[in-house]
Design a binder for this molecule. Sequence first.
Ligand SMILES: C[S@@+](CC[C@H](N)C(=O)[O-])C[C@H]1O[C@@H](n2cnc3c(N)ncnc32)[C@H](O)[C@@H]1O
Length: 304
Amino acid sequence: MSNSFRKNCIVLHESCTTALDRSDSVPRIDLSFLDPPFNQDKAYNAWADNLPPEEYWEWMHGICAKVYALTSDGGAIYFMQREKNTEFVLQCLRDTGWTFQNLIIWKKKTSAVPGMKRFGKHYQVIAFATKGKTPRVFHRLRIDPPLPADYKHARENGMFVTDVWDDIRELTSGYFAGDEALRDVEGNRLHKQQTPIQLLLRIILSSTNPGDVVLDPFAGSGTTLVVAEQLGRKSVGIELDSHNVTLIQNRLAERRKSDEVSRFFKDYACTPDLESIWGEHGLNGKFASSDGLTAKQMAFLQSD
Ligand SMILES: C[S@@+](CC[C@H](N)C(=O)[O-])C[C@H]1O[C@@H](n2cnc3c(N)ncnc32)[C@H](O)[C@@H]1O
């Protein structure tokens, strides 16, 4: 399996631990989305998901530090984790220089994971932080979710997105995952940790402009890259498992209807300047045609 290049998107088949070390030639990164294995003994082909906790968090520290070094001033990181690890995530980001902005609660739509001696768990956390106090880009998106039952008056122009995201459906197992989940011919899921495109859509729209560079060091099934490409953002995805690299390449090569982000444009219609945030090419439903990656970046990526 080799690295692959599209006009505005690079997929590296490698461990992010080593790939991120070549800091002299990696493109400047404006936004990173970190969705690492959560170290909860899940079955991954290429990764032992049961490291001793100290080792796991030391690894995460290393990744956050490397990403920080590659990020432009004011650039953003969104680090997703289980809620029980919140204190470690925040510490990891603080220790590696990031400035905390929000702890986003991504509330799940399926029923909570029951607890016998504590409350059931119903959300995942996404820590949003920036390099320096002031984000280089932050678009205040507006949405117009259904009114709670006891509201008297309809909203005139929607509301700003808050730090509680309860309007994005997770891709859980079984029928609920719907069309968006990648499956083989028998209907089995191809990547059980696949993130919904709506989550990446919100993150990328909030923290980048068209033409910016997005990094996903744990690219999985390539959700970040698929969304970035449609919005005219450049992207770099790193993935260790060759099966997943093939999955990403296929997903990028042939856009599935269920991966099209244009259908969510209306959800953000109350946002001022939405057309320019979304990007002309995203609006046309075409691939980005901005400058592409520089020769230096391509040369780095082609070297072994
Ligand atoms: C939670 S999944 C990411 C899912 C992804 N957000 C998606 O939408 O498909 C984590 C991914 O990290 C990959 N991985 C594990 N260790 C890695 C490493 N050292 N470098 C790069 N990828 C790694 C796993 O193979 C897995 O696909």
